[in-house]
Design a protein around this ligand. Sequence first.
Ligand code: MIC
Ligand code: SF4
Length: 644
Amino acid sequence: MGLTISQKIIKNHLISGEMKVGEEISLRIDQTLTQDSTGTMAYLQFEAIGVPQVKTKLSVAYIDHNMLQSGFENADDHKYIQTVTSKHGIRFSRPGNGVCHQVHVERFGIPGQTLLGSDSHTPTCGGIGMLAIGAGGLDVAVAMGGGPYFITMPKMVRITLKNKLSGWSSAKDIILEVLRRMTVKGGVGKIIEYAGEGVDSLSVPERATITNMGAELGATTSVFPSDDVTKAFLKAQGREEAWIEIKADTDAIYDEEIEIDLATLNPLIAKPHMPDLVVPVSEIAGTKVDQVCIGSCTNSSLFDMLKVAKILEGHTVNPDVSLVIAPGSKQVFNMLAECGALATMIASGARILECACGPCIGMGQSPKTDAVSLRTNNRNFYARSGTASASIYLVSPEVAAVASITGVITNPKDFGQAPVVTMPTSFKVNDNMVIMPSTNPNEVEVVRGPNIKPFPINTALPENVSGKTLIKLEDNITTDHIMPSNSKLLPFRSNVPHLANFCLTPCDPDFPARAKENNGGFIIGGSNYGQGSSREHAALAPLQLGVKGVIAISFARIHMANLINNGILPLTFADSEDYNKLDMLDDLVIENCRKQVEDAVEGKLVVVKNITKGTQFNAVLSITNRQAGMLLAGGLLKYTRERS
Ligand code: MIC
Ligand code: SF4
């Protein structure tokens, strides 16, 4: 039987398990990446594991998220990461070098290899044929130490792209169309592979836009074949030797098939506050716009930026719009400067930001009250921009640039001719902002600022787990709800006790106080609980507040893994009707919990008693033997220590 692209890469990296859908498998990880908002925690955990030098082929630490230095905290964390990586064999991408995913595609990604990153958009490197997966910092720390990475063998989805993009339609519209069809939970437990003649006409940056936003489907990852286009891109980056061909066998079997005709695709837009609320731009044309942000790891390549410059040429940004542009990397920034496109942007009145995540994560540029903000980002979750009353729409760079001139959401077809740009045959390569690790690691002193506080570690699972229902939530709660991040909170990513005071506050400002008053308890969630970011702070902050379990209708993959890694029970209702029967502050207890967790591995249901109502209901704890071990021990760190 033939294999898909990802099955081939998995087969080459398989350490344990069988490649059967739903089975637990473990993989050898070739490369890791971290960024600074999850990185501090990942390196604290790596230090706790105690491996002196990383065992991967390549590990890179990026500084790109926490870039506003409005206090000492971010700069301290940067220094910590710089010194800890130097000591342990990790390359350090300095602030100013760019957004991790953009830089990794340009400079480090290798077709056919595995990449694990402490950021949910790590699948961006699927655009050059890597099997690139996002995970919690602790999983990345384990992988840096040479440990395997465990996943459930995903289903395979093939998206066949027919014909070619034309006019104003772009790669962003392809992934928005996929989101419209599959929804934000449609990719859970799946790998998305792209195929068909449409693939040949997409450049690597366009492919990377698509794989990047596969994260919004909840997919394990997305991947393109490694073909002549990939080869040309790597050659232009001076890395042709990294290329190998990888494509799916013609008789590979897919569990699901989708077809998209690129010739009929129109410019699309995702409405607030979910990336799958997608409609044609023409449907809401005329809506007044206050802010336009172009950049983020989804759309900040040279290709995107050149198109934006062409559209802006000769125009002035509309007086009622603030246009901000953040190129994705130093390479992009430098090339824009050299070819004059940057001058065009500046002349139009665009506000140029440093190459970093910036507005995408609420690190500055929060829009005004009730603003309409058009962004080329991948996420428009509630309050993520830092202005809860703002409406964030997701669009292609072309649609964003046009709206910055017209001042209203505009179908670009009504604006004029679509810009045409070609990819350069060679990029400006200068890795001077990547610091190699020390050759004398013993002499490196790791610098820790006062902002670094010990992170909470769970206790072994008790016999009886009891507590009140502390909050009852709807479907699609994101990690931005659970652990908000913005310019005020991101500086505290290495200070969980402080962060915990903001846990779930976008849903209920009283949650942290209630959790503390009741010595912790249970969170009740709807479906797809914990979608979005890989931040393990969305598990660490509840742990700090004493949360013992989350009972939801269903979970997002990375968040569920983060809960287990921290010894918090992730339960799903066996009968979703039971969700409706629970009320706030009901007293719940799981008796003989240790035994029930062990039995859950065999598929037995967990009995949860509702003391307040005198009833009980069944919950599913879908775990493997290894995960049961982690829950019993009180998390992955303790589990690893117990076994070493
Ligand atoms: C995001 O886009 O939400 C982030 C910020 O990059 C996160 C990581 C984090 O929370 O630090 C992600 O996607 O994993
Ligand atoms: Fe940064 Fe935004 Fe990309 Fe997350 S999604 S890595 S915050 S640019």
